[in-house]
Design a protein around this ligand. Sequence first.
Ligand code: FAD
Length: 441
Amino acid sequence: MSRTLYWLGNDLRLDDNAALLAAAQSETLLICYCIEPRWFSQYRYHTASLGPHRWQFIKQSLADLQKSLRQYDQGIVFVIGAPQDALPALVEAQAIDRIVRSYSVGVDEQRSLAAVRERCPRLEVIECDTQTLFDRELLAGPASPLPSLSSFSKFRKLAERQKIALPLSAPAQLPPPPANLARESLQQPIPDLSGYESTPCPYTGGETAAREHLQAYFAGQHASTYKLTRNALDGHSLSSKFSPWLSNGSLSVRRALAEIKQYEGQHGANDSTYWLYIEMLWREFFQWLAADVGTALFAAKGINRCAGTRCFYPERFEKWCQGTTPYPIVNACMQQLRQTGFLSNRGRQIAASCLVNELDMDWRYGAAWFEHQLVDFDVASNWGNWQYIAGVGVDPRGGRHFNLSKQAELFDQDGAYVERWSPGPVLENLDTRDAADWPLG
Ligand SMILES: Cc1cc2nc3c(=O)[nH]c(=O)nc-3n(C[C@H](O)[C@H](O)[C@H](O)COP(=O)(O)OP(=O)(O)OC[C@H]3O[C@@H](n4cnc5c(N)ncnc54)[C@H](O)[C@@H]3O)c2cc1C
């Protein structure tokens, strides 16, 4: 038996959590969440990676998990700093010999884990799959859909033939925390370095809220009409809204899929319920693509090494972020995003296409702004979708240029969406005299 440190990441739940179950095979268990100051400071694209909406959502998720862990006489220890600095001290102080973590496709997360490994070479490190439908083990086998990552349709064909494991139950019990750990350190409030104020984000973080959301969604008939409604710009039940909880793992993607299957069993399967599953395969596709391509996910030329624009126009960027461009539909999208942290898939496509095609800007600034704003930010889905729109990703069709007037006609016929999120006058012209910083490093 060992003394285990379970390092929480995007797996803030008890349900269907292979990492927690692995960590529970231990004599003592220290559950820890590392808050990194760099999340809140500006980085190369002029924004901090973690903005107020998602941070609020993460704090709510942690508080909910903290509460659930009390029934196991357990709790979360919060540490502040880069993991490679903060965790080794804990490992030494508590004589930890095993660390358990969920596998993350994020390059930063992988680097942090490698750095912890380097600092603590005697530590056993176990990485479990908790964020995807498929496990890495399956992907390494002969039936792996990995070789098909050159296009979604190829991936989908192979992925649809794979058996997906059923969700696991929450642990019946957990080992105690290390004896010399002060009990108070398990009840500490969540440290907040952000300086952010609370936001009117419509989603509440945590496994409890995720479960309630899932129940409410499937209690109605929304899944049976999903395919017809999913492209709407606004509307709570017109798409599933699973993404905020999926993004920090307070909802398991396998649990969400199991619920779709259960709904189909009760109400019948149709095109819409099937399409919801297909959208979850899109998520899966981007996860494995990100794992496969590493830093190319963030490269200006993208995975396909295409030449996209690399200009940055400070004024245009500011107008896009603030929702004061000459395009009402884009302004409404950007206002909704800024105010709530959420934007529909259609809205994300419209806003991204505008940045790349109308404003002629380096797509990575847009991706970084979304990273900061989105409550459901997911590194693989965000940067992967941006590459798609910018035409530098694995897309046989090469880029997407949305006709903004046509989009408004199709998806905001009565102008209600623009009226709700961005009423008021619109700039007539885009000032193209603003200086471009070019080329970008
Ligand atoms: C530029 C851009 C950036 C995006 N950034 C993110 C992001 O950071 N995080 C994120 O979760 N999604 C992202 N998406 C994908 C998609 O917009 C959201 O997943 C979706 O809008 C979330 O709402 P929903 O849960 O109601 O989706 P639904 O339509 O109900 O779909 C169900 C689930 O399928 C998955 N899904 C659906 N569409 C996609 C897609 N295109 N790519 C990957 N997964 C998908 C999501 O997990 C979603 O929760 C982005 C899309 C674009 C165009």
